[in-house]
Unconditional design. Structure first.
Length: 250
């Protein structure tokens, strides 16, 4: 992988970094701890459906240092439809692989409930964690949003995990990126820290690689996730099918 220009595959007009997990880890760990702030996004089907619908968010993803596909379902569908297929590097896999390598580092966390944070800190006692839990409704609370941005800038941590869900976490990272004093690498990883803390169980590997992790998560929390997995996310798959049909017609 080129250290400055990782290879890119475009899918649904989204430029995905076509890199392996090992390459991502090497790239992140090679950055000087106080390098100018840059961030990583990990779009899945939910993100993609939103990007198709809310075009102004695309610039937030385009500004990212790395844009990693976080969906085997999307990758497998792309393969089935003969569309470009970016490599999958999920936020959960990246977090699980990166945390053990951060012993002795200062790591900032935005989001994560106090109980889950305590579990995470107990599991990784060698990491110097600093934690900020903003209130709900961050997108509609400019004061709280700016407080979260200020926290990241003041922490000056080599690594910051944004765990407040999409699109809030990406917008926070984008805002931090605009601050000249901000340093480190930001990772927009959603629920990944809950998995890392042991507060939430992941789907078996075979389900993840078969594109069925959504089904496992739906069974865990059907009331909260039914609308997302059964109504919103399929729109991304339909959009891919439309692109494939148009490609064949051309």
């Amino acid at each position: 992988m080129d250290a400055l220009n990782p290879p890119v595959i475009s899918l649904l007009d989204i430029d995905f970094s076509n890199v392996s997990l090992e390459s991502v880890l090497a790239r992140l760990l090679a950055r000087p701890p106080q390098a100018r702030f840059a961030y990583v996004v990990t779009p899945n089907a939910d993100h993609i459906e939103r990007l198709l619908r809310v075009r102004r968010l695309r610039g937030v993803y385009q500004r990212a240092m790395l844009c990693l596909l976080d969906s085997y379902l999307i990758a497998l569908t792309a393969k089935l439809l003969s569309l470009p297929q970016p490599e999958v590097v999920s936020g959960a896999d990246l977090t699980e692989a990166l945390l053990p390598k951060l012993e002795g580092f200062r790591v900032a966390i935005v989001g994560l409930k106090d109980a889950d944070f305590a579990m995470l800190a107990a599991r990784y006692p060698g990491i110097e964690f600093v934690h900020h839990q903003p209130p709900m409704g961050l997108l509609h609370n400019s004061e709280a949003f700016n407080e979260a941005v200020d926290f990241v800038c003041a922490a000056r941590a080599p690594f910051t995990f944004f765990a407040v869900g999409s699109p809030v976490q990406e917008l926070l990272a984008f805002a931090v990126c605009g601050r000249p004093e901000a340093v480190g690498a930001g990772l927009c990883i959603g629920s990944a820290l809950r998995y890392a803390a042991g507060a939430l169980s992941r789907a078996p590997v075979w389900m993840r690689h078969s594109g069925l992790e959504w089904l496992y998560r739906l069974a865990q929390d059907p009331l909260r996730l039914a609308g997302r997995y059964l109504i919103s996310d399929p729109k991304a798959l339909v959009a891919m099918a439309v692109v494939a049909v148009r490609k064949k017609i051309r």
